[in-house]
Design a protein around this ligand. Structure first.
Ligand code: HEC
Length: 152
């Protein structure tokens, strides 16, 4: 097999594997994955808030959790496949509106992606006032989605 053909085959395999993993995420796996992802996001956000509450916050310590939230905010879109809502019988706080109103859910998801990016950018700027403001906006994005789409 020529080099070109081998490269094409590797790409086909990688692409196929990626498509397969997205398509075959069972409802149970999806619920587990999204809870674990949100748990990490929650932990990172708590670390950020704890640091900002400190008398003299160390901005360098905000960088890893800020990156965690950015990266994990992008995964949320793959964690709510059809059939992984409360009808599945699985233990989940995801409300059925996530699936019946996907456009709205998508807006909240996107708002978080944007807020997370803005927060990360503020952290890199080192400007504490900007960081605090961006943190507040990020927190509002969490709260907004939870109010609409998560059971109490
Ligand atoms: C687009 C909607 C949305 C956004 C934005 C969002 N969440 Fe959530 N979150 C949910 C839903 C829905 C659940 C319930 C998941 C389930 O039980 O299956 C959840 C669950 C959680 C959980 C509980 C995880 C567990 O252990 O079961 C935590 C913690 C959490 N979110 C934190 C956050 C934080 C912090 C942010 C913002 C930085 C955030 N979320 C942004 C929708 C969202």
């Amino acid at each position: 097999m020529g080099f070109g053909a081998r490269v094409a085959m590797v790409f086909a395999l990688l692409g196929g594997a990626a498509a397969l993993s997205a398509a075959t995420l069972s409802a149970a796996d999806a619920v587990a994955a999204r809870k674990a992802n949100f748990k990490e996001i929650g932990g990172a956000f708590k670390a950020i808030n704890d640091e900002l509450k400190a008398g003299a916050p160390d901005v360098a310590k905000l960088r890893p959790p800020a990156r965690t939230i950015v990266q994990r905010s992008h995964r949320i879109k793959d964690h709510f496949p059809a059939g992984s809502g409360p009808d599945s019988g699985l233990k989940t706080k995801a409300r059925p509106e996530i699936w019946s109103n996907q456009v709205e859910f998508g807006k909240y998801r996107q708002a978080m992606v944007i807020s997370a990016g803005a927060f990360d950018k503020a952290v890199r700027s080192g400007d504490l006032a900007a960081i605090t403001k961006a943190r507040d906006a990020l927190g509002t994005s969490c709260q907004g989605c939870h109010n609409q789409f998560r059971e109490k």
